[in-house]
Each structure stands twice: as structure tokens, then as C-alpha cells.
Design a protein around this ligand. Structure first.
Ligand code: PLP
Length: 394
């Protein structure tokens, strides 16, 4: 495989001005990932600050109700700041600190990655600036407030559709004009090499824990690992240590939105075409001219028009399967898990739950499904109420 590639996907399609920053990052990561004291420090942040290891919880009422496979939930929703995103930001901000950087920049869509980044930056005493589309700033006032409360500066991006993809573009531009003291914390397994590898390695703590936990509890590997896919970081984190275990089926659930036969979708693998954007070669939702298409999902965390290159590769070699889940199915799963287990899932994670609800009844009782519960759903209650025609005060 070429350096920085997963099959034909990935690469580093970047302006020359970023090349030295990218090479510096690559060599720092290759050094620190094998450095004992770095890994100790990161593990200590995971355990003492982020609340790891997250439990692997047997969803007994859900399993009984569906009358099929045993269902376990990997509780990334219980991490500090409420999702898996903290795993990556703690890793990257600590790495940046070791590299002598003093300033962190990041993009954010719904604001979840921005809040996590602001959290890690303030903890490790770094300056922090977040770039966010104007549309998203208007929709996500609470997260904007939290980022400011955590000491970050929030910049409004009003180019293009003024959403996540434009925020990523702007942050890449911002990085290229100030690389000496600045690290760009990318929020998912995307962007130019080495980001997809770095983010995957920091998120792979999820499958490292799952493997240990399921062997302790069941003394065997799961039959399915299911996760939602936006850029793909929680999914690759949950898949990674099972990729070599061919008997474990890996399933990624993309945002089908209002349906993959409509324009209101974000299912990049299902309907996308191969292209190059944001520094990487992968699948992207495109129009007939090859321009990046506007995307839609009820879930703000899944409406990115592309997918990480390692997922594109796992799809092509058929090691993982990617399935679109529509808004109505995700909303059903959101309500189902709340009522069944007393756990309100993030609407992103509800996409993975929805697929488990479909397949569990068809499986025998000795089969095991693990769902990666990527985050908690407090942030989504107002939007789901609205979807159902109710209005609640946020
Ligand atoms: C951001 C987010 C996602 C989507 O990002 P991935 O990189 O695909 O994991 C999924 N779930 C939650 C809770 C998120 O906050």
C-alpha cells in the first residue's frame, strides 16, 4: 500500500504551504505513538478525566423484546462531554502539546467536536479557536455558549452553505497561514494523511476495550459490531481491533436522511462517487458536475458529504458493510431505546440501534450484537420533539 493510502483511498491532497506542518505531524505521531510516557499520560487522561473504560452494557430488555440475538451497548455516551469525541481530542491536543504547539484550531458542525476540543484545550492550557458555519451557529446556540464558556474563541464561517464542509475548508486555510504554533484538531477519520490514521488510532481504544470486555463476559467474540458513520471515527474506533477477526461482521450505518433516492440524504458510500475533497480521496456526495452536493440528515453529526478513506476501502474489499438508515427509523430507535433501557441515545447513535432492531429478531439467541452507543441524546430532545410536531423549551 502507498504511504497514507487505504487501497486507492486517502492520500494527502494539500497545498504546498501545509506540507511542512503535515510532515512534522506525521513524524511526531510516529514517534509518540510508541512513547511509553506519552501513552501513560494519555491513558491517565482517559481514565481519570474522560471516565474510561466505558462500560459494555447488556441490554436485557431490548434483547428480550426483539427475541433474537443478545445485544450489548458500548457506552461511549458516558464519557465526559457525552460522546466518543473526547478520545480523539485528548490524544491530539496532548500530541500538539508535546510538539511544542500553543494554539489549537478546529472545525465544528453541530458543535460537539468544538465543545470537546475546547474542553481538552483548556485542560491542557492551550489557546483555542473554533470555526463554525453561520447556519450552524444559529442552530446550535447552546454549544456556541459552551465553547465560549470553556475559553475558546468561535469564528463564524459564512462561505458556501455556511455549514460543516465550509468550516473544514476554512480551518484548513487558517492552518496554512499559521503553522508554527498551531495544530488543527480534525474531528473525524478524514482529511489528508496522517489524520485518518491518527484519529483512528486514538479512537481504537473503543474496540480494544470491547474485545477485552466481551471476552470477559461471554468468552467469545461478537457476531456483529454496529456503529453509525458520519466521517466514521466512532465506527472505525469500534471496528479496528476486529478487522482481522473475519468472523465478526462490521456494519456502518450511514445517514439516509429522507431516503437515498431523494436529494435529502448524507449516505456518502451508498450514493456517493469517488472524488477528492478536504485533502483526501474517498466517496463523496456529488452533483452531476462533480461538485460537492448539499447533504441532509436529521442528525447534525452525520451530515458530512464524505466519509473517511479507510471506510471507503473496507467497503470496497467487503470487510465492512454500509447501510443507510432513514430519519424515521432513527427517530423510532431513539424513542425505543429511551423507553426500553432508560438510555436516551444521540440521534447519530440511534442510526446504529435502528439497524440492530432490524436484524436482531432474525438471529438465534446465541448470537451477539454490539452497538457502539457513540453519544448521549440530551442535545437532540428538542429536535426530535419538533420532528414529532411538539414544541418544547430548549
Ligand atoms: C460527531 C458524532 C458522530 C459522527 O462522527 P463520526 O466521526 O462518524 O463518529 C456520531 N455520534 C456522535 C454522538 C457524535 O457526536
Amino acid at each position: 500500500m502507498n504511504k497514507g493510502y487505504f487501497g486507492k483511498y486517502g492520500g494527502m491532497f494539500i497545498p504546498e504551504t501545509l506540507m511542512s506542518a503535515i510532515l512534522e505531524l506525521e513524524s511526531a505521531f510516529n514517534y509518540y505513538k510508541n512513547d511509553e510516557s506519552f501513552n501513560k499520560e494519555l491513558q491517565s487522561l482517559f481514565n481519570n478525566y474522560a471516565n474510561r473504560p466505558s462500560p459494555l452494557y447488556f441490554a436485557s430488555r431490548m434483547s428480550d423484546d426483539l427475541k433474537g440475538a443478545k445485544i450489548y451497548l458500548k457506552r461511549e455516551d458516558l464519557n465526559h462531554t457525552g460522546s466518543h469525541k473526547i478520545n480523539n481530542v485528548l490524544g491530539q491536543v496532548l500530541l500538539a502539546k508535546k510538539m511544542g504547539k500553543t494554539r489549537i484550531i478546529a472545525e465544528t458542525g453541530a458543535g460537539q467536536h468544538g465543545v470537546a476540543t475546547a474542553t481538552a484545550a483548556t485542560l491542557l492550557n492551550m489557546e483555542c479557536e473554533i470555526f463554525m458555519g453561520k447556519e450552524d451557529i444559529n442552530r446550535q446556540a447552546l454549544n456556541v455558549y459552551k465553547m465560549k464558556l470553556l475559553g475558546a474563541k468561535v469564528h463564524c464561517v459564512d462561505s458556501g452553505t455556511a455549514t460543516l464542509k465550509d468550516a473544514v475548508s476554512q480551518t484548513l486555510r487558517e492552518w496554512s497561514v499559521r503553522i508554527d504554533d498551531t495544530h488543527y484538531v480534525i474531528g473525524s477519520v478524514m482529511g489528508p494523511h496522517p489524520f485518518p490514521m491518527i484519529v483512528r488510532d486514538f479512537q481504537s481504544i473503543i474496540s480494544r476495550e470491547i474485545k477485552q470486555q466481551i471476552l470477559d463476559i461471554e468468552n467469545k467474540l461478537p457476531n456483529f459490531v454496529i456503529a453509525c458513520v458520519g466521517g466514521g471515527s466512532n465506527a472505525i474506533g469500534a471496528f479496528y481491533h476486529f478487522i482481522q477477526d473475519k468472523e465478526v461482521e462490521l456494519i456502518g450505518c450511514e445517514a439516509g436522511g429522507r431516503g437515498v433516492d431523494t436529494l435529502d440524504t448524507a449516505a456518502s458510500i451508498t450514493i456517493g462517487k469517488v472524488g477528492i475533497f478536504h485533502g483526501m480521496k474517498s466517496y463523496f456526495c456529488q452533483n452531476e458536475y462533480g461538485q460537492i452536493a448539499p447533504v441532509y440528515s436529521i442528525s447534525a453529526g452525520l451530515d458530512y458529504p464524505g466519509v473517511g478513506p479507510e471506510h471507503a476501502y473496507l467497503n470496497d474489499i467487503k470487510r465492512a458493510k454500509y447501510i443507510p438508515i432513514c430519519d424515521n427509523e432513527a427517530v423510532f430507535a431513539f424513542e425505543y431505546l429511551s423507553k426500553m433501557e432508560g438510555i436516551i441515545p444521540a440521534i447519530e447513535s440511534a442510526h446504529a440501534i435502528a439497524y440492530a432492531i432490524k436484524i436482531a429478531p432474525k438471529l438465534s439467541k446465541d448470537k451477539i450484537i454490539i452497538i457502539n452507543l457513540s453519544g448521549r441524546g440530551d442535545k437532540d430532545c428538542a429536535a426530535i420533539a419538533k420532528y414529532n410536531g411538539e414544541n418544547i423549551n430548549e
